[in-house]
Design a binder for this molecule. Sequence first.
Ligand SMILES: *[C@@H]1O[C@H](CO)[C@@H](O)[C@H](O)[C@H]1NC(C)=O
Ligand SMILES: *[C@@H]1O[C@H](CO)[C@@H](O)[C@H](O)[C@H]1NC(C)=O
Ligand SMILES: *[C@@H]1O[C@H](CO)[C@@H](O)[C@H](O)[C@H]1NC(C)=O
Ligand SMILES: *[C@@H]1O[C@H](CO)[C@@H](O)[C@H](O)[C@H]1NC(C)=O
Length: 475
Amino acid sequence: MKQTSTTKKHWSSLVILVPLLLTSCNQFVLLAASTTEFDHDEQCKAWLVQSIPTDMPDLELVRGVLDTADVFRWLAGNSTQNLDIMTQMWQLIARPNDSRSADYGYSEENMQSFGSSEGLSVYKSIEDAADRDINIRLLQHTGRYPDNTDEPDGLASGRTNVESVTLLLKNWFGSGFIHAKVWISDSRHVYVGSANNDWKDFTQVAYAPHNLVKEIGIYLVDCPTVAKQLEIYYNNLWTLGTLNYSDYTTNIWDQQSQISRTVPCWSHFVPSKGRCRYITFTSLSGCSSHSRLSYPLLTDPSTFQLSVETPGLNYPNSHPLLSYLSFGPPELLFGNLQTDEQAWVDTIRSVNFGETVRINTMDWLGQSKDSAQVVYWSSLASTVSQVVFSKQAKVKLLVSYMPDFNINTDQYLKSLLDSNKLCSSSPDNHCLGEVEIKYYMIPGYFSSGPAISNGNSTGNTYPGYTRYNQGEIRS
Ligand SMILES: *[C@@H]1O[C@H](CO)[C@@H](O)[C@H](O)[C@H]1NC(C)=O
Ligand SMILES: *[C@@H]1O[C@H](CO)[C@@H](O)[C@H](O)[C@H]1NC(C)=O
Ligand SMILES: *[C@@H]1O[C@H](CO)[C@@H](O)[C@H](O)[C@H]1NC(C)=O
Ligand SMILES: *[C@@H]1O[C@H](CO)[C@@H](O)[C@H](O)[C@H]1NC(C)=O
């Protein structure tokens, strides 16, 4: 959550990271949309949450910031009725004895020093909640090989109070996956952040082969307003996971990205005659009359006024902030929730004249990464240039260094630097705006992978999928 001020409004945005992978109404799909209600007496409290890799004495937990595994255990441990979890990956229980695993070949002692017991204890806290008869929903992408969805499916197996749904967004959008990590307990306590349900994300932090990460998130306590909005999004994805996608998808020509691709039948890209309609649980209509050339821009998302206490950091909290939640992909926003892309653009644009924007990211690309067809995507780079040129802002960009970049990250970053140098290079501009970029490399990054491969020792010192920076936050 960030707090910035513009001349007109105070915004604070919670950004949920779901990949935006470009990435006559006759059918009905049951998905929810919301109108916003909020409780003025709500005593919402927020803490930042992070994971710090083990063996990094110089990188300490920031004072007042909580530890991811603690927060997950508390959310499960404090649940009295419901617990909804959404994640891309599961691998809470380490697999050093499974030759297919990235943990393979490490000793019990190694695993202990990597901190794998944190994952096991989070797993047990979910299992305990299940045994207390809490209603638990587990929603995920396919999971991490070789476990895949064994852990959530195992938790659901033989229990009527636990359900597990695997949603492959690829089926609905041609590419993409659930990337949001969300925990909602009793419709009032929330975690939103970058940490998967994977032991490595608590004490090693991981994502792609051979890397290392630092995870970051936010923990909200007693925030039913935010929790209920998140629940709507959760319920929509859950519904998607239970529908037969082949009945509700169609191929369209995407004028904005210049590709043809698969979308849900209620997408704005479907000509109105062939567009299906979703029935909302409230009055919002899912059927507008014109097909669109691009996604409609939401200038007025559903917002709420919220006072948030920050017991960990004790920021002054004199006035309630106007806040909104952002999500993706746009087909799941139902006209009143904000897109992630727009939230990022708004956040960059909220910088004051001559001040600084800080961006921390795992990737920086001006194009798609995981979609079947390559799509050019320049909106963040354009927005950065807008504030550099017009507001003389300094934009600091921290990018996780991952040698397995299969796309030219270096080149994209260089072009971002070069195009913004243009501002100060002309004496007529009197421009002080600039872009500054740093790579962030975590020690051990080059020696991650299984300890044994094909019967031979690999010389690796950390399990695969560890030692890189995945947290994404903007201010
Ligand atoms: C409930 O959450 C609080 C912090 O929000 C934590 O101190 C407490 O230990 C949690 N209780 C359980 C049973 O997890
Ligand atoms: C792996 O195997 C060893 C030796 O058989 C055993 O001592 C250890 O407990 C096993 N570890 C796990 C995590 O199953
Ligand atoms: C989904 O629908 C298609 C076409 O309507 C059908 O062929 C297929 O068997 C269905 N799949 C499932 C899992 O029901
Ligand atoms: C294991 O290492 C030995 C000795 O370096 C080598 O001859 C053998 O080919 C390796 N085995 C595999 C499966 O890579």
